[in-house]
Design a protein around this ligand. Structure first.
Ligand SMILES: Nc1ncnc2c1ncn2[C@@H]1O[C@H](COP(=O)(O)OP(=O)(O)O)[C@@H](O)[C@H]1O
Ligand SMILES: [Mg+2]
Length: 367
């Protein structure tokens, strides 16, 4: 009968395949509350390898977490499923995350034989929602800026042309100075609206090694600020290539690095006598969602400085054009960064406290 095929038990290989590819962390504890199995999402969430975790007691897996401990011991006594939302969980690494925790007993002959724990990382979901929102805001702003750029540039072209004609008519050099101011300012304004609206030219996408871009920027910064800043690098040379525009990505790394260098040099006192240090690092990041796409691995590129940090009142809007904390700043650097990273279907974010600012760029691999 056809239906019996559907009633059959799920094949154990299929089961394993499903659990291994789930986005939810799944852990299996025995009746002594020692860990007997964990899926890759679980390792990822707990930031430890299976080898380190298997056989460990629940107290070590969830250190200093009474809520998780109570749930597991209660299940042993009461043999029922318990779900608790928005628990703060401290990881073995010390990092604190927010999770939804659901534990289900597997009944043996007389008592609970095993407990299946499912953990959802809520911070991550909140972050994804926030990113969606930011992306929408960003696209709306970009549309407005393109509109303004268009409206400003047309009359500006007329203005510039008229000033040029006038310049040719004039004989008096002192009067020509005025027309040249008009031409120069019209060009500046035109460049500014172009930069605000972001590049309109399509990217030149090639299979590239991100380390070439990083090394280029390292040379530029070293040449511009010899002895003022030291640059450390932690590259993973085994990373595959990405599909990117080498010049545009070099611009991204340069804009972020220049901001870091300016911040460090402007406030040397903040680094409490430590030498100004910029650090470039690359690594693979597992199971990462950008936009609506879940990637198995992406490239993570971190640019870290030990400067004073991004002023708190700027942090929410720092990627917007014209937002600057410097008297002479244009506020375009990070807006261009975000624009280029978006064009690469990547993501850029930062964390910043006094003494440690990290810009992280996530880019999909070429294949
Ligand atoms: N690494 C950093 N450390 C401290 N502040 C930063 C850093 N990166 C960016 N900022 C702040 O963000 C602002 C915006 O940067 P950006 O968009 O490049 O414009 P600009 O550099 O012209 O001001 C900077 O003016 C600065 O206040
Ligand atoms: Mg800048």
């Amino acid at each position: 009968m056809a239906s019996s095929q559907y009633n059959a038990r799920i094949d154990s290989n299929l089961c394993r395949h499903l659990v291994e590819n789930m986005d939810t962390a799944v852990l299996l504890f025995d009746s002594n509350l020692k860990l007997v199995a964990i899926n890759p999402a679980g390792e990822n969430l707990l930031q430890a390898s299976t080898r380190k975790l298997i056989g460990k007691s629940y107290k070590l897996i969830f250190p200093q977490n009474r809520e998780c401990h109570d749930i597991l011991t209660t299940i042993l006594k009461e043999n029922r499923t318990i779900t608790e939302r928005e628990i703060r969980l401290q990881l073995i690494t010390g990092q604190i995350i927010t999770i939804d925790f659901s534990a289900t007993p597997v009944s043996g002959v007389e008592q609970v034989s095993e407990i299946i724990v499912e953990i959802t990382h809520v911070d991550r979901l909140l972050r994804l929602a926030r990113e969606d929102h930011l992306q929408e805001q960003y696209e709306a702003t970009r549309k407005i800026l393109r509109g303004i750029a268009h409206e400003v540039k047309n009359p500006l072209g007329g203005l510039r042309g008229a000033a040029q004609l006038l310049d040719m008519e004039l004989e008096d050099e002192t009067q020509k100075e005025y027309t040249r101011v008009i031409i120069k300012e019209a060009d500046r304004l035109s460049g500014l609206v172009d930069a605000m609206a972001g590049p309109n030219t399509p990217l030149d996408l090639q299979s590239i090694n991100i380390h070439a871009c990083l090394e280029h920027v390292r040379t530029l910064i070293n040449a511009e600020y010899p002895e003022l800043v030291s640059i450390r690098t932690h590259y993973d040379p085994s990373l595959p290539e990405i599909l990117g525009d080498q010049d545009a990505l070099t611009q991204v790394i340069l804009n972020i690095s220049q901001n870091a260098v300016h911040a460090m040099l402007d406030a040397p006192a903040a680094s409490s006598g430590e030498p100004n240090c910029l650090c470039f690092s690359t690594r693979p990041a597992g199971r990462f969602t950008i936009g609506n796409v879940l990637h198995r691995t992406v490239l993570q590129l971190d640019i870290e400085d030990n400067g004073p940090g991004i002023p708190e009142d700027l942090q929410a809007t720092v990627f917007y054009p014209l937002i600057t904390g410097k008297p002479e700043g244009t506020g375009l650097g990070l807006s261009i960064v975000q624009n280029i990273v978006n064009q690469h279907h990547g993501l850029v974010e930062f964390t910043s406290v006094k003494g440690k600012t990290v810009f992280s760029i996530f880019l999909p691999f070429a294949n």
